[in-house]
Write a protein of this length. Structure first.
Length: 159
């Protein structure tokens, strides 16, 4: 007869969150992503809002189309790194928020962005973000409204 190894009781989501909170006091709670450096000026408004509210965050540039593996890796690791919400801004065929949502259970807030390449004044990005398939939701704020995404993120995490 071999030894019987006790099976650990699975932790609830709340317990996991509490442990993550304890683990990384300085860990960012909100990830702010964007598809291109050219989106930075607009997406920094989300960072400014979170800064003002004292919510730790990080800014990253990664493209769903140009670097799909980087996006998938970031999204898969996000929860374990202590992130609670991801804000993702992109223009034109704005796949970034949806690509992130495909790889994480964290809430994802999409920011449709207008750019020099926009069709229909940015409606292309709005539809790309809003029209997610059933079962893979992405919240969507107004065109270029990264600040609203940050306010919504703060409300979601209750900060
Ligand atoms: C999107 O294409 C980006 O999010 C950006 O809004 C737009 C233009 O990107 P760049 O050509 O400036 O890199 O992927």
């Amino acid at each position: 007869m071999g030894e019987v190894t006790p099976i650990a009781t699975p932790l609830t989501e709340t317990e996991v969150s509490a442990q993550l909170e304890e683990l990384g006091v300085d860990a960012p709670r909100v990830g702010i992503l964007m598809g291109s450096k050219s989106d930075m000026e607009k997406m920094q408004r989300a960072a400014a809002e979170l800064e003002e509210r004292g919510i730790l965050h990080e800014l990253r540039v990664m493209s769903a189309h140009r670097e799909p593996d980087v996006v998938a890796e970031y999204a898969k690791a996000a929860q374990m790194r202590g992130l609670r919400v991801i804000i993702a801004g992109a223009g034109v065929s704005a796949a970034l928020p949806g690509a992130v949502a495909a790889h994480t259970e964290l809430p994802v807030i999409g920011v449709p962005l207008s750019s020099r390449l926009s069709a229909a004044g940015g409606l292309d990005a709005i539809l790309s973000i809003v029209q997610m398939p059933p079962g893979v939701p992405v919240a969507c704020v107004g065109l270029d409204n990264a600040r609203n995404a940050a306010i919504l993120a703060a409300q979601i995490i209750g900060a």
